[in-house]
Design a protein around this ligand. Structure first.
Ligand SMILES: Cc1cc2nc3c(=O)[nH]c(=O)nc-3n(C[C@H](O)[C@H](O)[C@H](O)COP(=O)(O)OP(=O)(O)OC[C@H]3O[C@@H](n4cnc5c(N)ncnc54)[C@H](O)[C@@H]3O)c2cc1C
Length: 355
């Protein structure tokens, strides 16, 4: 009689937003997996403010594929909230204040664009309390925006998967994996695939050191401050996120020269953030905490995923940049449809097409 064998589980290396979203998709598909994560205190996913912003950047453009990614992300996080009985995603308006006359002129043109309009909310009266915020060039309020409490989402997911026996806190050193054409072994256990979701640290791994990472360190401050009853997120060069109980998150910094001190923010970056805060926020504040992580960014790409060009059972999901909350659910689904169902990846997202 032939022996019936269970298919081998998938090994997910790294339990940040990328690895955790993959894990949830695999659970829904009924595919066995194991997430192995170091359990570091400060990672990009843990310190992120988790903002989802439709109109972004200096150019005031609609965020890449927003109308496709946003409904998928919202449904994804709401589904997990139902399963875990918590609330992680907070739909919150974001007010963007324009920094100067040039930005106001650009906005006057952008606001006419049909793709922008559905994401704007009309405001009766003044946009913000000008005794609290500097709004000398006007601005606009967005809807379809919000923030994911990433730390709470990751902690609840980790607890759930640990109880289910498919999450392990451990470091996987570079030489601990053995990959061949059929699968991967780690600590004597066999897996069908290993998917690297190790964030910016993938740049140091010999299998991925050719990927053009240009990661950026970022710091978020927690302030004690009175925002005058403002509960929306306010953005002008930096953002302020009222988090309740007189606590406000503020950030971020953006620092490309962090290699010698990945866990410590540069003094210049913090000074620049505080200067931006003073141009936005008129009330006194006290800095209670600073948290630092490194955003995984790949030059010229919205993200990269897919199979390693030489190791057929080694895959990769990385480069989520500053938009991990919005992009991770969509990217993770596409990667699994590629690996498990054979669906092609779009060239600009495919690791193999970007050698
Ligand atoms: C200051 C700051 C603010 C941000 N704000 C936002 C925001 O407002 N909105 C938004 O959408 N995004 C934001 N981001 C970006 C967002 O955090 C990232 O896009 C996202 O978290 C990347 O997730 P990841 O899983 O790819 O990487 P990571 O979060 O870095 O996760 C990688 C994981 O792999 C683990 N790991 C690495 N190597 C190993 C190994 N060898 N063995 C075991 N485990 C390993 C690490 O410990 C880590 O847990 C921000 C980032 C920063 C730094």
């Amino acid at each position: 009689m032939p022996t019936v064998t269970e298919p081998l589980p998938i090994l997910i290396l790294g339990g940040g937003l990328a690895g955790t979203c993959l894990a949830w998709h695999l659970r829904r598909r009924g595919v066995a997996f194991l997430v192995v994560d170091r359990g570091e205190e400060s990672t990009s996913s843990k310190v992120a403010a988790g903002l989802v912003t439709p109109v972004t950047g200096m150019r005031l453009n609609l965020s890449w594929r927003f109308d496709e990614l946003h409904p998928e992300a919202l449904a994804f996080y709401r589904g997990i909230e139902r399963e875990l009985g918590g609330m992680f995603y907070h739909e919150t308006p974001i007010v963007r204040l324009l920094r100067d006359k040039k930005a106001a002129e650009l906005w006057a043109r952008r606001v006419m664009q049909p793709e922008i309009l559905p994401h704007l909310r009309s405001v009766d009266g003044t946009l913000v309390d000008e005794a609290v915020f500097v709004a000398d060039h006007g601005g606009f309020e967005m809807k379809n925006s919000g923030w994911l409490d990433t730390a709470a989402f990751l902690q609840a997911s980790r607890r759930f998967f640990s109880q289910a026996g498919c999450w392990l806190t451990a470091d996987v050193p570079q030489d601990a994996l053995c990959a061949n054409g059929l699968g991967v072994t780690w600590q004597g256990r066999a897996f069908s695939w290993v998917i690297f979701c190790t964030g910016w640290q993938a740049a140091r791994h010999p299998w991925f050191d050719w990927v053009p990472f240009q990661s950026a360190q970022g710091t978020v401050l927690t302030l004690a401050a009175d925002t005058g009853g403002e509960r929306r997120i306010i953005n002008k060069g930096c953002w302020l996120l009222p988090a309740g109980d007189g606590l406000v998150r503020a950030g971020p910094t953006y620092d490309l020269n962090f290699a010698a001190r990945p866990d410590t923010p540069g003094a210049e970056a913090i000074a620049s953030l505080e200067a931006k805060l003073r141009r936005l926020f008129l009330r006194p504040y006290e800095v209670l905490r600073q948290q630092t992580g490194v955003r995984p960014i790949i030059q010229g790409r919205q993200a990269l995923m897919g199979r390693h060009p030489a190791l057929p059972r080694v895959a990769f999901l990385n480069g989520l940049g500053s938009k991990g909350v919005l992009r991770a659910p969509w990217m993770a689904r596409h990667l699994l449809e590629h690996l498990l169902d054979g669906c092609p990846l779009e060239d600009h997202l495919d690791l193999r097409a970007n050698l």
